[in-house]
Design a protein. Sequence first.
Lengths: 146, 146
Amino acid sequence: MTAPDDSLHLTATDLRMATFRLARRLRSVRAADSMSDGQLAVLADLRMYGRRTISTLAERERVAAPSMTNTINGLEEQGYVVRTPDEDDRRRVQVDITDAGSDIVVETIRQRDVLLADMLAELDFTEDELTTLREASILMRRVTDR
Amino acid sequence: MTAPDDSLHLTATDLRMATFRLARRLRSVRAADSMSDGQLAVLADLRMYGRRTISTLAERERVAAPSMTNTINGLEEQGYVVRTPDEDDRRRVQVDITDAGSDIVVETIRQRDVLLADMLAELDFTEDELTTLREASILMRRVTDR
DNA sequence: TATTGTTATACTCTATAACTATA
DNA sequence: TATAGTTATAGAGTATAACAATA
């Protein structure tokens, strides 16, 4: 049996390499060519959690506030978000996703899932192997959500 | 039991989300602040597979040739790679990684593995769970190497 | 003629600093 | 005074087009 510490580091190395490669491959899929990774990440956040202010979005995406202003400008021009002035604190601007924005997120997710499902199907993975991947996904989520 | 097609798509969705989140977290770790993701990817390739021409590197990293010239310029200025004219075909330039370049790659990989191993250790994963992650890593590699 | 690499130039995304409006 | 957002400006990183050297 492998010593616990070795096992940890071997697992970390394997998982790191596998994760980077798969992420890189999947990230190349986008429903709208005109949308950047940063714009898509903001749309996905808005779709999942609802309206946000510019500064909250900047903090969540770990970019500077002017960068988020720029990102939101691009999304607004494409009709994927709308700005609404905050009534209670008129310094604030609330950003909401539009139906078109939501559609783009759903479609991008769908295309990525289809690509990955096709890749899995092509390799004729067994039910046991798919179960391993699902269980690993849950463990990976525990790592990032921690 | 889940129907095969559902199982495929559920697995794809779970794995996609888990992969993106983990990759994003790990990518924030770099041994040298002055190095970009693109530069690091080239160094890692050179360390693993040895000398490459500019156009081969451009093709492998899926960027345009002038972009790779720019990337190699940056790495050369920092002393992480050297250009060597090809004797047989004097249009070509061979790029080799230096010891300093190799050290940076090793150190970045080490820091990322330590971070991930620490994250795994903190969650007290069992040997069975670590085994699941290692098996999943192998399956993920089969997907991207296919 | 075709290929390899570089230079010239422009566009996108990001940042910091300075500014406006509001609290 | 402090905060939310924007504008001005600059620095990476990427792309296409045009060019020089070589095959």
